[in-house]
Design a protein around this ligand. Structure first.
Ligand code: NAD
Ligand code: DAU
Length: 349
């Protein structure tokens, strides 16, 4: 049985990746390594907790001795690395945490893998999950391709860009079999409610203002989280070593149009008069250094590995809203804890 290490599997995207791999590949034993920071939640992955081919390991990727020992103990056959600090706004108030986790943590994993795999480097794959934000910000035209120069503009994206460079450097210098993908904005079940869509769903449900930064004209390219997990599966198994693959939804929305669409869905689901939720939209101070537009060209992934997004956006939004409305306890457990303090500091009451 092959041993696969997935980091960050108690978070939003990681939990979907872990579930997909545990359920699809009985020939793999999946080790889910997660520090359970504020963003990590074992409830996200509770349904596979008792599967025979699954083990949860609580641990911090910034703890090098722990990571080295873990690799010695298990001699993993591959790594899919998602653990990260992931929220841009938090990176603006606390950049160092992002440097530690996203850069030092990634280097710790690379070092441990390099050492543990030194006699069989060619058989082991290190797959690093990254973001389209490393490419910076687009004007009204064009798309990010795999050839677009890196130009990160927030502490978060700079830390992710740095980790991407280090992964490539370990491939080039030490001959590690590395692979990277850069994905656009994900949405779907289990996303922590600091991010735009779940934050807005929660606020609409509770009749609270929906904070929109600036004029709401920034553009993001939205992909349903399970389609990202499917892409990760395809790239891990069939992607070419040393390559980068962009993953995106071909689905650009301005924030304001996205939230207006969400408001209509919420009005229908909550049986409110159409137009009620839109009245909650409140324009607030812009994010510092707010990237204007992200949009991904994922044609390489589609051409070379046959991946396409499977879900229409309307269907993905319906599923997402249904999940949050049906999982009130999950949401309430989060918003009643430390999150309440974070929210008050960031947005006021
Ligand atoms: P998330 O914040 O929901 O989850 C991150 C997980 O990592 C959490 O479970 C957390 O406990 C864990 N973690 C954080 N620091 C850790 C540490 N020091 N040691 C071990 N575990 C730690 O993030 P997400 O949105 O699921 O993103 C996952 C990955 O995908 C990240 O690398 C992110 O950069 C990338 N990504 C995210 C998106 C998106 O739209 N959310 C898009 C593209 C790429
Ligand atoms: O593009 C991929 C990236 O997408 C990932 O790498 C990040 O981990 C992920 O957090 C996400 O980054 P964004 O900054 O795009 O996501 P966020 O949900 O924070 O914001 C989406 C847009 O909505 C962005 O233009 C900022 C805006 N926004 C966000 C919040 C939280 C608001 O207008 N109001 C808000 O309250």
């Amino acid at each position: 049985m092959k041993k696969l290490l997935i980091t960050g599997g108690a978070g939003f995207i990681g939990s979907h990746v872990v579930r997909l791999f545990v359920q699809k590949y009985s020939q793999y034993h999946i080790y889910n390594l997660d520090a359970l920071t504020y963003a990590g939640n074992l409830e996200n992955i509770a349904d596979v907790a008792d599967e025979e081919n699954y083990t949860f390991v609580k641990g911090d990727i910034t703890d090098a001795p722990f990571i080295n020992a873990l690799f010695k103990e298990h001699n993993f056959d591959g790594v899919i690395h998602l653990a990260a600090e992931s929220h841009v706004d938090r990176s603006i108030t606390n950049p160092l945490e992002f440097i530690n986790t996203n850069i030092i943590g990634t280097v710790n994993l690379l070092n441990a893998a390099k050492e543990a795999w030194k006699n069989e480097l060619n058989d082991k794959r290190f797959y690093h999950i990254s973001t389209d934000e490393v490419y910076g910000s687009l004007g009204s035209e064009g798309l990010f391709t795999e050839e677009t120069s890196y130009d990160p503009k927030s502490p978060y994206s700079a830390s992710k860009a740095s980790s991407d460079h280090l992964v490539r450097a370990y491939g080039n210098t030490y001959g590690m079999q590395v692979i990277i993908s850069n994905c656009s904005n994900n949405y779907g079940p289990n996303q922590f409610p600091e991010k735009l869509l779940p934050l807005a769903i929660n606020n609409i449900k509770n009749n609270n203002p929906i904070p929109i930064y600036g004029k709401g004209d920034n553009i993001r390219d939205w992909l349903y989280v399970l389609d990202h997990a499917r892409a990760i599966d395809v790239i891990f198994h069939n992607g070419a070593t040393g390559q980068t693959y962009n993953i995106g939804g071909i689905n650009e929305w301005t924030n304001i149009d996205l939230i207006r669409t969400l408001c209509k869905i919420m009005d229908r689901k909550l049986e409110r008069t159409i137009g009620t939720s839109e009245q909650l939209i409140t324009f607030v101070n812009d994010r510092a250094g707010h990237d204007k537009r992200y949009a991904i060209d994922s044609s390489k992934l589609s051409r070379e590995l046959g991946w396409e997004p499977s879900l229409q956006f309307e269907e993905g939004m319906e599923k997402t809203v249904d999940w949050y409305l049906e999982n009130e306890t999950w949401l309430n457990n989060i918003v009643s804890g430390d999150y309440a303090k974070y929210y008050e500091e960031r947005y006021g009451r």
